[in-house]
Design a binder for this molecule. Structure first.
Ligand code: GLU
Length: 306
């Protein structure tokens, strides 16, 4: 198996991201493979090398090792555009002039549940097209589909229906879209196993559809439940101490964090000194299928200690 962890360097990794990385690493290892790290910095304005370095340092502190990073999406726009041109040559691409807001909802936030694109710009008459061109708004590029509903057979989340719409391949500012870049890179890097948060499950049908169109393999998918704070909401800064640095400042060391994460995966923490010990104790069947709530001691306002 070749797994991958694909963070966007828009901030530090929190313990929820680190838990997902640990699962990806352990799952690749248990099947005799390894995990790659890919930097998903399509959103150049909000990404930075400093964040990337901090993220890699956090993985290293937990003992999650990987080959040197080879793929930064910001360096691969030419490749993504080549693939879009190939799809266009097959009449599978059309210009979409819908509002920025709609495009932002559909593309810029892969984690937000999104509306299926209703196909507004799919079959414009010449006159309608001319009006839109005249408006001066640059178009996004969308994939022409028959709106299939794909079945995702996920080794953690189970079987899910995933509807595919005419999703965006390139935003109207010219930046290639997440779903396209991920599919192109997973193929280019020989990825056979995708472990990530289950907030991306709903985009998986789109990615599988693209894989089929491009003649790529579909990797094995494992979507793991997100991490939540004490209020049951998805983990966010307001939940307090959530990065390794935050925890270190309160005297909780990386080795202890690793044990707590191992425990949350169903691995006996008393057997864990280093990351490799998590591999020996890991059973996919013991991985909880419900969101993990971060320990109370790790939340803001709690007395320090572990
Ligand atoms: N880059 C995405 C993120 O940071 C993950 C995409 C993926 O794993 O497919 O959440």
């Amino acid at each position: 198996m070749i797994g991958r962890f694909a963070p966007s360097p828009t901030g530090p990794l929190h313990v929820g991201n680190l838990r997902t990385a640990l699962i990806a690493w352990v799952m690749a290892r248990t099947s005799g493979g390894h995990m790659l790290v890919r930097i998903e910095d399509l959103d150049r304005a909000n990404s930075s090398l400093a964040n990337e370095q901090r993220q890699l340092a956090a993985l290293a502190a937990l003992g999650i090792d990987h080959p040197p990073v080879e793929v930064r999406q910001s360096e691969r726009f030419d490749r993504y555009r080549e693939v879009i041109e190939h799809l266009r040559s097959r009449d599978l691409v059309y210009e979409c002039y819908c509002s920025r807001r709609e495009i932002r909802e559909a593309v810029n936030a892969p984690h937000e549940r999104e509306v299926q694109y209703p196909g507004t710009c799919r079959e414009l008459s010449n006159r309608q097209r001319a009006e839109r061109v005249e408006s001066g708004r640059p178009p996004a590029l969308r994939l022409r589909t028959e709106s299939p509903v794909l079945i995702v057979d996920d080794v953690v989340a189970g079987v899910h229906e995933s509807p595919v719409d005419d999703f965006v391949l390139q935003r109207n500012d010219g930046v290639p879209a997440y779903n396209l870049a991920v599919v192109v890179d997973d193929e280019a890097q020989g990825v056979t196993q995708v472990v990530r948060g289950d907030d991306l499950l709903f985009s998986t049908g789109r990615q599988m559809h693209l894989q089929t169109l491009l003649g790529y393999r579909t990797p094995q998918y494992a979507h793991v439940p997100l991490v939540v704070g004490g209020d049951g909401e998805r983990l966010a800064k307001r939940h307090g101490a959530i990065t390794l640095d935050d925890l270190a400042a309160r005297g909780i060391e990386a080795s202890r964090v690793l044990q707590v994460l191992a425990d949350s995966l169903g691995v006996d923490p008393s057997t864990v000194d280093r990351a490799a010990d998590v591999v020996s104790g890991f059973r996919l069947s013991a991985l909880p299928r419900t969101p993990w709530m971060i320990p109370e001691q790790w939340r803001d306002g709690a007395a320090s200690g572990n």
